[in-house]
Every structure is written in C-alpha cells, then in structure tokens.
Design a protein around this ligand. Sequence first.
Ligand SMILES: *Cc1c(COP(=O)(O)O)cnc(C)c1O
Length: 225
Amino acid sequence: MIASNLNQIQRTISECEIAHQRTPASVQLLAVSKKKPIELILEAIAAGQTSFGENYADEGVAKIQALNEHQLEWHYIGHIQSNKTRLISSHYDWVQGVDRLKIAERLALHRPDNLAPLNICLQLNIDGEETKSGCTKEQLPELAEFVAKQQNLRLRGIMAIPAPEQNQQAQRQVFATIHQVYQALQQRHSTIDTLSMGMTGDMAAAIAEGSTMVRIGTAIFGSRD
Ligand SMILES: *Cc1c(COP(=O)(O)O)cnc(C)c1O
C-alpha cells in the first residue's frame, strides 16, 4: 500500500512539473513519517524512498537509530525547543524550521565535528500570524547571514507552511510570494537550492509556484489520528 501511494505521489509530482514547465525531477519528495511505526517506514524504504521527515525530536532519533543500517536522509521539520538542539544537531541531516538566532547558534554549537555540516532551511512565516512559528521576511536576511557564516551549518533555503486558502488561485498567490522571497535570498547566498513548501493538501499549488521539496505525510502513510 505504501509503495503504491509513493508511486501515485511521484506521478502527481511529475504531472505538476510538466504542467507548470518545471524541470523534470526538480521537486524532491520528503516522506513525513511522524507518528508512524518503523514497519511502514521500512515499506517506504523498500519502495525506494530515502528521505524522511520527523517533527518530534526523540521519536525521530529512535527511528534514525533503529534504521541506521539503511542509507537515509533525515529531516527535522518540527518546532525546535532550545533544550532539544543538541539531540537534533547530533542526529539529523537537515533541520527545516530554524526561525531564530538562538536556535541557529545552538545547532551550530552542538553539531559534532565528525559529521557533515547540518543543512538548514529557515522557516518563513508569510501570513504574519503571531501564534505560528517562523520568522518574518524582514528578519530573514540577518538569520541567513548568521547561518551562512557557521562552518558546521549549511544554508540550503526556506521552508514555509502557509495557512490554507479558500481556492487554488489564492493558495498559489501565497506560494508565489514565498518564492519571491526565496529568489531574493538566493541572490545573496549561493548555497541556497531548496524551497520546501507543499504538503498533502496543497502540493500542486506549491509545485506550480516553484517548490523544490514537498513534505508529504498523509498521502503516503494515511491519516495520523
Ligand atoms: C506533518 C507535517 C507535514 C506533512 O503533512 P501532511 O498534510 O500529512 O502531508 C509537512 N510538514 C510539516 C512541517 C509537518 O509537520
């Protein structure tokens, strides 16, 4: 079942790439396995999936350790508490959702020297909702400068989770705005190559507007309730 879900999503991604004149295979699929058991992740691995996203630090680390014989890439995609930065920095390959200097500092401090630099996507809060995590587009340049200067961090791009809109056109507009911010930041930082936006409900709109990585949970592994 997981294999056929993955297949279906890859097909949808390809169709969206073609429909919107995107380069073939320019959109990566991150399988979001939070709250899902090892057995289902193993099914995804057997079907060829190699990158996974988790948003509970400890749960993710348990899976990383249980699956360490496989060549996988692990993304931490949740809210980052400062008391979890050591754990996250010593186990994951990517952190998507860095939204303040203090967290970036701590991730850099705790990244073990024997590991490759930790890949970082900064989380942009485009709607300006105060309750949501993510930095504003005004705060983004300073945070990007800081991350870019750290030897054991690598600035890769932006992650965003915009609020759902009423219709496809409104949804695309928000993603287009994020894409503009991304392109402006990319002009200043040559290491930037990742625009992480789009989930199960809005991946088509995100790909239409330049996403390079969709983070998909429900459509692969089923609902989490
Ligand atoms: C859970 C989660 C996803 C996946 O959402 P689905 O709607 O299940 O595809 C993507 N990104 C983040 C940050 C998440 O927490």
